[in-house]
Design a protein around this ligand. Structure first.
Ligand SMILES: C[S@@+](CC[C@H](N)C(=O)[O-])C[C@H]1O[C@@H](n2cnc3c(N)ncnc32)[C@H](O)[C@@H]1O
Length: 205
């Protein structure tokens, strides 16, 4: 699938994605609280794959500047229509080229690293665009750890165009790729009951 076709997939489901209730609001709030606790008021933050901007809108008040990027114009249209803090800017950009304005203190990637074409390349770019000591905060779905029946369901949904192409990673492989890009993993947590979407905090040495 080309990059343009991938973005079109997200354009088509943007309204439904925005309207969908959170599966586990307590887990989301706990994740936001953890991320907010790691941010500093002086931080310049980049978020890749920001979707409809909900997380950016909640976390931007904790920092100096938050740039939220996504490659789907429709996702961004919905994001931009929401009331947002003044230090938040939305930009149309692919995860591999969203780094204008860097280097950053923190780069966030919530539910997106499993979707990028070139994960090692994206992680290397994130690493390169962080200041020394900078931090990546990422929540990533690890499909290869999921039950066979669930993976089968996703394959069927993918075949009929209702699910995007994903990197089927195990948690072990994800950690390895993060370390290979030069990061030190400083924390890993699961918010909620699904163990297959680890929230990983990694630091650039
Ligand atoms: C599952 S949604 C997550 C949105 C948001 N981060 C959240 O946690 O609700 C994935 C988002 O990543 C975006 N996305 C997927 N692949 C991307 C890429 N290569 N570059 C930029 N954005 C991408 C999609 O457009 C979509 O908005």
């Amino acid at each position: 699938m080309t990059k343009a076709a991938q973005a079109t997939f997200w354009d088509k489901i943007a309204e439904r994605y925005a309207a969908r209730p959170l599966k586990d609001p307590d887990a989301y709030e706990a994740m936001l609280a953890d991320a907010a606790g790691r941010l500093k008021p002086s931080d310049h933050v980049l978020e890749i794959g920001c979707g409809t901007g909900s997380t950016a809108i909640r976390l931007a008040p904790s920092v100096a500047q938050w740039t939220a990027a996504d490659f789907s114009p429709e996702m961004l249209r919905i994001a931009k229509a929401k009331p947002a803090p003044q230090n938040l800017r939305f930009v149309l950009a692919d995860a591999q080229s969203a780094f204008e304005g860097g280097p950053f203190d923190v780069i966030c990637a919530f539910q997106v690293l499993h979707l990028v074409d070139d994960l090692p390349g994206t992680l290397s770019r994130i690493h390169a665009q962080l200041k020394p000591g900078g931090m990546m905060i990422a929540k990533t779905w690890c499909f290869a750890d999921m039950k066979l029946s669930l993976r089968g369901l996703f394959l069927v949904l993918r075949a009929v165009g209702l699910f995007p192409p994903v990197n089927a990673l195990t948690k072990t492989a994800l950690r390895e790729k993060i370390r290979d890009a030069g990061f030190q993993i400083v924390d890993e947590r699961v918010f909620g009951t699904n163990p297959h979407g680890p929230y990983i905090v990694a630091r650039k040495a």
